[in-house]
Design a protein around this ligand. Sequence first.
Ligand code: NOJ
Length: 565
Amino acid sequence: MTEAPWFRDAVVYQIYPRSFQDSNGDGIGDVRGIIDRLDYLHTLGIDVLWLSPIYTSPQDDNGYDIADYQDIDPTFGTLADVDELIAQAHARGIRIVMDLVVNHTSDEHPWFVESRSSTDNPKRDWYWWRSPGESADGSPTAPNNWESFFSGPAWELDEVSGEYYLHLFSRKQPDLNWENPEVREAVYSMMRWWLDRGVDGFRMDVINMISKVTSLPDGEPIPGSPGLGDGTPHFLNGPRIHEFLQEMHASVFEGRAEKLLTVGEMPGVTVDDAVLYTDPARHEVDMVFQFEHVGLDHGDHKWDRRTLDLRELKTSLGRWQEGLAETGWNSLYWNNHDQPRAVSRFGSDAPEHRVASAKLLGTVLHLHRGTPYVYQGEELGMTNVPFASSEDFLDIESVNYYRMAVESGSDAASVLDNLRIGSRDNARSPMQWDSTGHGGFTTGTPWFRANPNYVEINAEAEVADDDSVFHHYRRVIELRHTEPAVGHGDFQMLAADHPTLYAFTRSHEGVELLVVANFSGDELALDVLDDLDGWAGSTLLLGNVGEPSSVTAPLRAWEARVLRR
Ligand code: NOJ
């Protein structure tokens, strides 16, 4: 039998550097700030840090628009700072994983500047340039109807050459043409350079979009979106994606002795796709980062809201557990920099339930099979931001959506409500370190206002309180390191049809764990479980609301327990 990969026992912590810790008073987080907080992260017990992009960038999409892959934006620091971060993290046994954003570059990247300079520039073909169509009145039209993820068409007319370029995200994020072998080699060589510098792997941004159907066909028209269509069938998991990832693996990772990590962020990936992407024998990526469970409270469009039904959540997460049980591996997360705060979304941020429900969420997630991710502040139970008006939103996706929805006649108040619930900006308010000004994030003026609840919810208070969300996360993380069933056990969902009970077992080499969690503010009896009596003599490994009267007693509001037998 081959040895199980190291990352099954690991927990990843995601840092959004802009909002983590400012060290120089300019109001924006930076690499030195991260170095200053490594001891905090070490106390939490995480194994890997994933940094959202810190490369040179005009910051149109907060760094996901990169103008130089091999340098650091002065806002965040220098390459020397990163070298120190790597060294200091390694000294604490923490690996550093960089964000790899190679579906697109910034339009200010020299590759694009050259590509744009003339139709016969050698780098012209590094991006997706196409001649316009012609509308009835003779004006140019986009080469196809694809909608950009950030609202509006995915094509921008370049007035100078009269051609359009493709941008699946903002117009300042032109898509690289992976059909061109020079593009691929340039990316691989940059990746090797980072590994040689000492980083431990990559989280690959929208990596399942790099292969497009080269004829770029129109997508199905999107209802209510005049003239625009859904291009995703033509670029998600496209025709050459597996070939590209295997080539990347062979060119970048093969033969390296270090324990590296590759995570494919893959919107729209199915369980069957994920098996292919993460089957170790295929040499593509170690794990996918998929979105099915965080789409369950969306309607037809990301901004249409629906109430989350716990049964659907269990069905989705349970299907992923089953589908990857034999082959492949998944990331586990509630939160990242693109999602509203977990406790406000899947738990309850009401004062009487916030702490218990934040702990419950950590327990349930981390006890699944897969590699768990903690997004900065999740370990404190940080909540959504109380946005007062549309002016408070800074994220390009949110700002574009608001403008376009209101321009096309939607009611401004309901658009604002959608933003409050669904905007990525909920995750981007500064990390809450202590109760001093701006939550201790900066001594200057923060680029994004701190959530006023930093006065109560902050790291300093939680580290000092053994009963805090922080210490609960620390215990859950420790459990993965000490109890092999957490990283390696088989998963079995129980009471799948129950509307508020989330229950499952993990079994490994004669040890069985039972996880039970009450996703409600009401007491919940456990007698719906077939084998409840069989657990009566088991050991309580972890609870979140104080000692229960017995391990099988009814669950109190938002109570979660992990039992072992
Ligand atoms: C996914 C990233 O997580 C998101 O923040 C970004 O806007 C898009 N990819 C484009 O890079």
